[in-house]
Design a protein around this ligand. Structure first.
Ligand SMILES: Nc1ncnc2c1ncn2[C@@H]1O[C@H](COP(=O)(O)OP(=O)(O)OP(=O)(O)O)[C@@H](O)[C@H]1O
Ligand SMILES: [Mg+2]
Length: 73
């Protein structure tokens, strides 16, 4: 079955006065339709930024977000 959504090497870096903050750094996975994926990690590891980048509240720094076969980046 084709993936509903696929991430390939997704990155989101925030500029800071000390350089780039790598909030999401090279995340790849795919989710099949009708399934779920949990994201677990310590506070500040980038879970919310990952979600926000997937739904384009943030512009990705690099990588691909493919939804129903269409590249959304
Ligand atoms: N808009 C932003 N500008 C700059 N840095 C940000 C921004 N949003 C998040 N960050 C930084 O990116 C990193 C990841 O934050 P994020 O909120 O994605 O973590 P989280 O895993 O969702 O944490 P929590 O479990 O506390 O919700 C943190 O270092 C955070 O300070
Ligand atoms: Mg969060």
């Amino acid at each position: 079955m084709a993936a509903l959504i696929e991430l390939k090497h997704l990155k989101k870096y925030f500029p800071t006065s000390k350089g780039a903050l790598h909030a999401v750094d090279d995340v790849s996975f795919s989710i099949e339709e009708g399934t779920t994926l949990g994201v677990v990690g310590e506070s500040g590891c980038g879970k919310s930024t990952l979600g926000r980048t997937i739904i384009h509240l943030h512009e990705s720094t690099d990588g691909q977000i493919i939804y129903r076969g269409k590249d959304m980046c």
